[in-house]
Every structure is written in C-alpha cells, then in structure tokens.
Design a protein around this ligand. Structure first.
Ligand code: PLP
Length: 396
C-alpha cells in the first residue's frame, strides 16, 4: 500500500539522491521549495476547501494532528470512528480505531464512539430483497451515539475504503450521508486517505468517487512511496480559527525537504497522462481474475474492491459465511512460498494492493500464482460443473 509505484522507482531514487546531496532536513520552523511546491500542487488538485497543508511523517501523526485541529476548531472533544477502522498507533488516532490492540493499556482517550462497520457482505441490516441497507444501519448507529454522547462531537474520522478492516468500500452516498450527520451535530468530517490516496482507486483521491469535500483530509503511505511523509489538509477557515486558538502540532520532521521532494515526484508521476486510466484497466483485469477464481473455488465467499485495492474473503461455506481462518492461513503460507506476499486482515480477508503502475503481465502473473495456490491447497472447495467438491482440488 505504501510502495505505490513499486520498490526503488528510478525517478524516486533520483530525487532521493539529489536531496541527500542538497538538503535532507531543516528546522520545522522553515519551509523549503520542495515543501512549498508539493503543498501548492496538492491543493491545486484538491477541491476548494482543502487549501492548507501541514506535512508530517506518519499516518498516525497526520490523524493525531487532524483530531487536534477538529477539537480546537469546534471547541468540542468527542470523536466518532467506524468499527474495524485503522488510523494509527498514537493516542488519539488509536482511540478512533476499532481493531485489536485497544486492550491492555487501561482507559484511553475519553469521548470515543463507534459506528457499525459498513460491511455489505456481513451486515445484518438488509432490505426485503436481501440487499445491504447501509442507510438504516448508519442512522441507527448515530442514534446510539446521540444517546451516549455528551453533546460534544468534534469530528467523525473515516477511511473511504476500509483497508485493514477487510477492504470495505463505503457504499455510494455513504460519505455524503456521513457529512450531513456531522453537519447536523456541528462536527467535522475527517477522511483518512492513507491507503486510498494518490491513484490507488483509479482516481487521484478516494473522495473523488463521491461529490463531497471533507473538512480535513489526511494522506500518508503512498505520498513517500515508502519514505515517511504524511499530510494534513484543511480549509483556510479551519486553519485560521485553529491558529487563533493556539493550535500547535510541531515535530522534528515536519515539512522536511527530502521527503516532500519525493512526494512531489510521486504526485508528478501519478498525475501524468494515462496513469489513472491504466489503474482502471489493471483494476478491471484484477477484479475479473479474482471473480473468475471465486467461480471456481467455493471457499471464496466474497470478492470486492475498487481500483487496485481488492479483497477476497475466505469462508468454510458460502451460505453460512463461517470464516475459514485456518484455511486462509494455509493459503497465505502457500502464496508466500510461491513468491507472492500476502496479507490477511482479521485472519480471513486477503488485502491485495499491487503497485499502481503494475503491468498487464505482472497482474496476470499474480493471478496465476493465486490460481496455483487455490488448486494445490486442501479444502478450497473446487467447484466443478457447479458441484462442490471437498479435499485436494488439484484436478479441477
Ligand atoms: C488508513 C490508515 N490510516 C492510518 C494509518 C497509520 O499510519 P502509520 O502506520 O504510518 O502511522 C494506517 C496504517 O496502516 C492506515 O492504513
């Protein structure tokens, strides 16, 4: 997810060498040309309302700063997140993150609330025809928060596609509805684009798929293509008010020139003619390949994703949707043995995020390894002529 353009992209390496020679780090009180250029370029590509940038190092820091900004601007303190979200390991960021890792450290930041995960595959909120009723689920979630809240909601922090949460794309209209819920409570909407930013989804930003402008947008992993640089982007108004109230988020590496120069190069490459179109083409290839695999192996309960961010969920049977954690682990180990790095979310969902400049052949090669692994691993439930078979599925 971080090496957006693959490892050691030659143009990125060139910029690292140039700035290693020229200027690696300066005082955080100073801003250098690459930092100014990247800020100008980023804000020119984002909608009005996202016009002021602070560069930090990690995704956690960017969300920490965004939450602090929201609290100072609104004068409130409660933060709402989605179940299964991931926003980082620092105090406030982790406070809004509802995955494993919350336990064992005593009370964390007060005033945290959770909305249900928008999980179209597993949600119990259904229309009569069985389709996912995210709207009722969302309204119900907010009604619970309103009962529990102190009336002091400062912000709601979400990913456009939950990455670590199992590749769940927010349903169309969800972000807009969330923004309305925030406005009704005079809270800010913060969108965390650590995984969806810079072309990953086939558009420059994940928010470009929806007609909404968040109050704050955070960007991290892909910006440095593997180097630590993140950004917090907001409106002039929020910046002005927060500054008047004494907002400070000061770290040793804020606005460092070497990493912002790299960010500028990454942005330049991603916005070159044809890059995003190629992501869409490779995405269609990848998702079609994964769906073809799903037609052939009953243990694949769901295939989902957007752009080059895909997930496949492993189950022991499709009707019951029982997670097949052991099988998923075995598949994962077999993929690694064949040279395909594989990462499981929550023990059952493969998170697939190849570099966005992957070629047709590279995607095909990855799909071929997946096919081999599903064929040669026991209990993948090969589906032959529509019949489900058990055992080693090597003769499908
Ligand atoms: C959506 C999202 N936000 C924030 C973070 C935290 O970023 P970092 O690990 O750079 O602090 C991550 C990391 O996985 C992430 O996926």
């Amino acid at each position: 997810m971080s090496c957006l353009l693959g490892h050691s992209h030659p143009e990125v390496v060139e910029v690292i060498k140039e700035y290693a020679d020229k200027l690696i780090h300066i005082s955080s009180r100073m801003v250098s040309p690459p930092t100014i250029n990247l800020a100008k370029r980023l804000t020119s590509l984002l909608p009005p309302g996202l016009d002021r940038v602070l560069f930090l190092s990690t995704g956690s820091e960017s969300n920490e700063a965004a939450i602090k900004l929201a609290k100072m601007y609104t004068g409130k303190f409660e933060i709402v997140g989605l179940a299964q979200s991931w926003h980082g390991m620092s105090g406030a960021a982790q406070g809004a993150q509802y995955q494993g890792g919350r336990r064992g450290q005593g009370p964390s930041v007060p005033g945290q609330f959770m909305l249900p995960q928008p999980n179209s595959y597993r949600s119990i909120f259904r229309h009569k025809d069985g389709s996912y009723d995210w709207k009722t689920e969302l309204d119900y979630g907010w009604s619970l928060i309103d009962q529990a809240s102190n009336g002091s909601i400062a912000a709601c922090l979400v990913e456009c596609i939950q990455g670590d949460g199992g590749i769940h794309v927010l349903p169309p209209g969800y972000l807009a509805a969330l923004k309305r819920h925030c406005e009704q409570r005079r809270a800010l909407l913060i969108v965390d684009e650590a995984q969806t930013g810079l072309g990953r989804t086939g558009k420059l930003f994940g928010i470009d798929h929806e007609d909404i402008v968040p109050d704050i947008l955070t960007l991290s992993k892909p910006l440095g293509n593997g180097l630590p640089v993140s950004a917090v982007i907001t409106s002039q108004e929020i910046d002005r008010v927060a500054n008047e109230r004494g907002f400070l988020f000061f770290t040793t590496h804020a606005n460092d020139p070497l990493v912002t120069a790299v960010g500028g190069k990454v942005l330049e490459i991603v916005t070159r003619k044809g890059t995003l179109e190629a992501v869409t083409a490779r995405s269609q290839q990848l998702l079609a390949g994964l769906r073809h695999l799903q037609e052939r192996y009953g243990c694949i309960g769901d295939v989902r994703g957007r752009g080059l961010m895909a997930g496949i969920e492993i189950v022991s049977d499709r009707d019951g949707k029982e997670p097949a954690v052991e099988l998923a682990g075995e598949l994962s180990r077999n993929m690694v043995k064949r040279g395909l790095w594989s990462q499981l979310q929550d023990g059952k969902v493969f998170r697939i995020g190849p570099p966005i400049n992957s070629t047709d052949e590279e995607i095909q090669f990855g799909l071929k390894i997946l096919e081999d692994v599903f064929r040669h691993t026991a209990n993948t439930h090969a589906l032959t002529n529509g019949e489900q078979s058990n055992g080693i599925s090597s003769v499908s």
